[in-house]
Write a protein that binds this ligand. Structure first.
Ligand SMILES: NC(=O)c1ccc[n+]([C@@H]2O[C@H](COP(=O)([O-])OP(=O)(O)OC[C@H]3O[C@@H](n4cnc5c(N)ncnc54)[C@H](O)[C@@H]3O)[C@@H](O)[C@H]2O)c1
Ligand SMILES: [Zn+2]
Length: 401
C-alpha cells in the first residue's frame, strides 16, 4: 500500500461479495392410525400439501421385514392409491427393500434404488415414499436427497425408534468402510407420517429398543417426562396403547423442538445435544457387528455416562441408580461383554468410540453428560480412568443378582 492509500503497483487485491440467504424449512409430522385405509386422508393430504390440483407420481419403497409380518401391505397401498386416483398415482407396485442395517452397509442397494428413480423418471416434483425402520429411512433418504439434488421424500417410520426419534429428524446416511453413517446428508423430509398401527407386528425386542430414545431425551431435556416414564414403565413394557402412543409423541416433539430451536439443526458446531449416551453406543453397535440394537446400545451408553457424570461430580450420587433402575425395569441389560474387547495395543476398544465421535463432526470433543435428571451439560474432556471406573461399576452391578 502506498502512503496515499492506493494499492502499490503489483500488489494483490481481493474483492469479496458475501452471499447470504436463509431458507426456511417446514414439514408436517402426523400421528395417525391405519394410514393406508382409503378413508384416512393423511397420506393424500400430505402429498397434495403444495399442489392440490396435481396428480402426484409416487415411488414407494417398503421394508421387507415389515412386509414379512404384513404380506398384504403392498396391495393395501396400491388400493389406497387407486381410491385416491385423482390425486396420486404409483409409478409401479411398492418395491421391497432389505430391512435393517444391511441396506445401509452395502452400497449396491443405494445404486439399485437410484436405478429405480431413473427407470420411473422420478423428478423433483415426484414423491418417494419410504416405509420402514430407521435403516430403510436412512438409505432411501440418502438416495432421495442426492438424486436430482433432492426429490421430495415422505417418511413412514415403522419402528418405535424411527417414530419417536430417527424418522422425524433431518438426517440420512449409509455406512462405508465399516463406519456408521459415513456418507449422508442433512435433508428435511417433505412430511413424516407416523402410523401407530404399523408397530403392532414389531418384535418385542424392537418395541422396547425404541423406548431408550425417550429415556434419553427426557434425561437431557425434560425431568417431568422422565418421571412420567417411571410411572408408566409397566404400561410401556406391555406395549399398552395409550402409554406407548403418548411416549412416542412426546419423544418426537422434544426431538423436533431441539431441531427447530436448538440453534444448529444441521450440526455445524461441535455439540451433539441429542446424542447423550451415544458415543459408546455407536462403538458398541460396530463392535458387536450390529447384533446389539441401536436402542439397546443407547441404554447401556446412558447408564455408563450417568455413572460417569456422578464420578465427575456433575450429577448427584444416587441419580444414576434411578436411571439404571428405570432402564432395567423396561427390560434393558446394562452391560455387554464387548465392553471388554481390547485393541492389539491392550487399550479398551470402546474408548476408541470417543475419538470416532469427535471425528464425525471434527472440532472439539463435545460429550453431553448429566447435571440433573432433565438437564444435559456439555463437557469437552473425558477422563479415561474415570470412564473405566464407570464401566467397572456397570459390570459389577450386572453381576449382582
Ligand atoms: N437419521 C437419524 O437421525 C438416525 C437417528 C438414530 C438412528 N438412526 C438409524 O436407524 C437405524 C435403526 O433403526 P431401527 O431401530 O428403526 O431399526 P431397523 O431399521 O434396523 O429395523 C429393525 C428390524 O425391524 C424390521 N421392521 C421394521 N419395521 C417393522 C414392523 N413394523 N414390523 C416388523 N418388523 C419391522 C426391519 O426389517 C428390521 O429387521 C440405524 O441404522 C441407526 O443408525 C438414524
Ligand atoms: Zn439414537
Amino acid at each position: 500500500m502506498m502512503q496515499d492509500g492506493s494499492p502499490a503497483e503489483g500488489a494483490q487485491t481481493a474483492a469479496v461479495h458475501v452471499q447470504r440467504f436463509a431458507v426456511a424449512f417446514e414439514y408436517p409430522v402426523y400421528f395417525t392410525e391405519r394410514l393406508f385405509d382409503p378413508a384416512n386422508p393423511v397420506l393424500v393430504e400430505a402429498l397434495a400439501r403444495l399442489e392440490p390440483e396435481r396428480r402426484h407420481r409416487c415411488l414407494v419403497f417398503l421394508d421387507d421385514g415389515l412386509l414379512r409380518c404384513r404380506p398384504g401391505l403392498g396391495q393395501q397401498i396400491a388400493d389406497y392409491a387407486r381410491a385416491h386416483a385423482s390425486r396420486m398415482r404409483l409409478v409401479c407396485p411398492p418395491l421391497p427393500v432389505p430391512g435393517g442395517e444391511r441396506i445401509k452397509s452395502e452400497l449396491f442397494f443405494v445404486e439399485q434404488m437410484q436405478q429405480r428413480f431413473y427407470e420411473h423418471n422420478i423428478d423433483r416434483h415426484s414423491y418417494v415414499i419410504a416405509i420402514g425402520g430407521g435403516a430403510v429411512l436412512d438409505a432411501v433418504g440418502l438416495v432421495a436427497a442426492v438424486t436430482h439434488r433432492g426429490v421430495r421424500l415422505i417418511r413412514v417410520p415403522t419402528t418405535v425408534l424411527a417414530q419417536d426419534d430417527s424418522g422425524v429428524g433431518v438426517k440420512n446416511g449409509v455406512n462405508l468402510y465399516g463406519v456408521k453413517n459415513f456418507v449422508g446428508t442433512f435433508a428435511p423430509p417433505f412430511a413424516v407420517l407416523n402410523d401407530f398401527d404399523l408397530l403392532s407386528a414389531l418384535a418385542p425386542r424392537d418395541k422396547i429398543a425404541g423406548i431408550a430414545e425417550a429415556v434419553k431425551v427426557a434425561l437431557i431435556r425434560d425431568g417431568v417426562f422422565f418421571t412420567w416414564l417411571e410411572r408408566h414403565a409397566n404400561g410401556l413394557l406391555t406395549f399398552e396403547h395409550a402409554a406407548m402412543a403418548e411416549m412416542i409423541r412426546r419423544c418426537a416433539e422434544l426431538h423436533l423442538h431441539q431441531i427447530a430451536y436448538g440453534g444448529d439443526p444441521f450440526e455445524t458446531g461441535s455439540a451433539r445435544p441429542l446424542d447423550y449416551g451415544h458415543w459408546s453406543a455407536h462403538k458398541l453397535e460396530s463392535l458387536t457387528k450390529h447384533h446389539v440394537r441401536h436402542g439397546e446400545a443407547v441404554a447401556i451408553g446412558m447408564a455408563l455416562d450417568a455413572r460417569y457424570s456422578v464420578l465427575a461430580g456433575l450429577l448427584a450420587a444416587g441419580q444414576e441408580e434411578r436411571i439404571c433402575a428405570l432402564l432395567e425395569h423396561l427390560g434393558f441389560r446394562l452391560w455387554h461383554p464387548a465392553f471388554e474387547s481390547r485393541r492389539p495395543d491392550g487399550s479398551l476398544a470402546i474408548l476408541e468410540g470417543l475419538r470416532e465421535f469427535r471425528e464425525h463432526l471434527g472440532g472439539e470433543l463435545t460429550v453431553t453428560l448429566l447435571a440433573d435428571i432433565g438437564r444435559g451439560v456439555e463437557v469437552h474432556e473425558i477422563d479415561d480412568g474415570r470412564m473405566r471406573a464407570a464401566m467397572t461399576w456397570l459390570q459389577e452391578r450386572d453381576r449382582t443378582p
